[in-house]
Design a protein around this ligand. Sequence first.
Ligand code: M6R
Length: 581
Amino acid sequence: MCGIVGYVGSKNAPTILVDGLSHLEYRGYDSAGIVFYENNKFNIIKTEGRISNLRDAIPFESPSKVGVGHTRWATHGVPNQVNSHPHKQGKITLVHNGIIENYTGLKKELGNYTFNSETDSEVACALIDKLYNELGNMEEVLEKVPSMLKGSYALGIVVDDEPNKIYAIRHKSPLIIGVGDNENFIASDVPAILNKTKRYILLDDFDVVILSDEIKIKRNGNFIEPIIKEFDWEVDQTSLNGFDHYMLKEIYEQPDVVRRTIESFDTNEFPEFTSYEKIEIVACGSAYHAGLIGLHLIENYTNIEVSIHVASEYRYKKHNFNRKTLVIIISQSGETADSLETVRIAKENNIDTLGIVNVYGSSIARDVKYLIYSKAGCEISVATTKAYLSQITIMGLIASKIAKLDKVDSEHLIKTIVSVIEKREIYDNIANSIYTKEHLFFIGRGIDYYLGLEGSLKLKEISYIHSEAYPAGELKHGTISLVTPGTPFIAIVTDESIAEKTISNIKEVKARGARVILLIREDLFEKGDYYDEVILIPRLDDIYQPLATVIPLQLIAYETAKKRNCDIDKPRNLAKSVTVE
Ligand code: M6R
């Protein structure tokens, strides 16, 4: 989704802004722009498409020391130069991340303004200009804005009359302040500023920010002394380090991620799980798939009733909370709008929340009652891999904590994960056999079906091959009609208790001509004519088996997308963090 970076300092602002934006590319965008002060005025440069277009358009040498930049992920109006940010109305130029829900009504009220774009953001810009003309003071304007704008917004604003300042405000959209040496930043996300400073300030909703050579933050009408924190992410997490893609780099980081996740799992920080009668897991996308693994493990290893929900559905469903419900929210970014809303709903009902979140200081991390940080570090690839792995590790750790199981043998686990990643040639061969296909099925039962869902999502999002994951036993209730000679199936068999049943289902599709790629736990494998290709998965403790099983699925998706020449780290239409509904 949209990304914001702003700069006030003593260096070349356009270059710093474009560099910052390039580190936000992973969030997903379709156009980009900057505003910077030079020759006694604010200048705007906007380009459609990649940041490289913007880089070509900005002045190489610039005396400008102040500016704001933006990557746009279209919501209102097609991706083009006019709709891209910054927008200017009167004396105000701004960039916006979020959605202004009442922009149509506001636009009518702002009839004196001429709007060039189709965006809601330009309407917010006109509103702020109108208020500025009336009040003559930006602080007061920004204190009034929350009562007039509905929806979500992070705004970075410059005013013609104050060329040395940036103003900012946020509501439900992420925005942090970066504190450098004689330079200050605003940014949507850590990577935008990580190569400039590690010191940052978190903002509350509606904080009014005035950024110059000093940082002023007004909260509820009073200036506050901000708390400066320090990121523990390393700069090299935001560079490729010799890998072709961030996705591949992040897959290779997984052994370390699992180690960190296990080592940092501090049981003292958690709620007493057994005091809850009901656990509701809520998340989106891959985080939801990680939740499914949690559902399976907690159900199997404890007596607590567990349910799972897609956050965009959960927020609108009827809730039967009782005081003994714990809501677990899983999110890499900690900013996913629907997941964040889940926290609000639970809190409103006085229900305890536990967040499993990767990004430090993100909205969900700050709003939940209990928090476990997943230790994936900075994840750049839109297709999540290492954050998912960290989430399912945490699910295993939680289940074993409740069930009072022995500590995991992390050395063996990590060695096994490394050995699975290293079988690249096998995944490449599988990719060769599927990359020309347009449809594919994943089948499995129980936890293997849940892993199939994740494998299917990975393949869809980066290779654009249509795929569906099915519970193997459900196929004959309709979907098996789609099987024709050569239809590819990836069949997952790691759950011993149900392996025979799944193998029967595999034989059913094989008998109808399907081309079967069998992913099977090595000790369950028996040679036969029910598969075409086989990948043997080393055996792990049942609780941690998914960690080894999902990696081939990640790498098959990766190799397949590569053969289809897809833009692996920035798949079309997708954003890394979905901050709008
Ligand atoms: O940041 P979150 O974990 O809340 O994001 C949830 C989904 O948007 C995310 O997992 C998405 O499905 C990934 N692109 C999948 O790879």
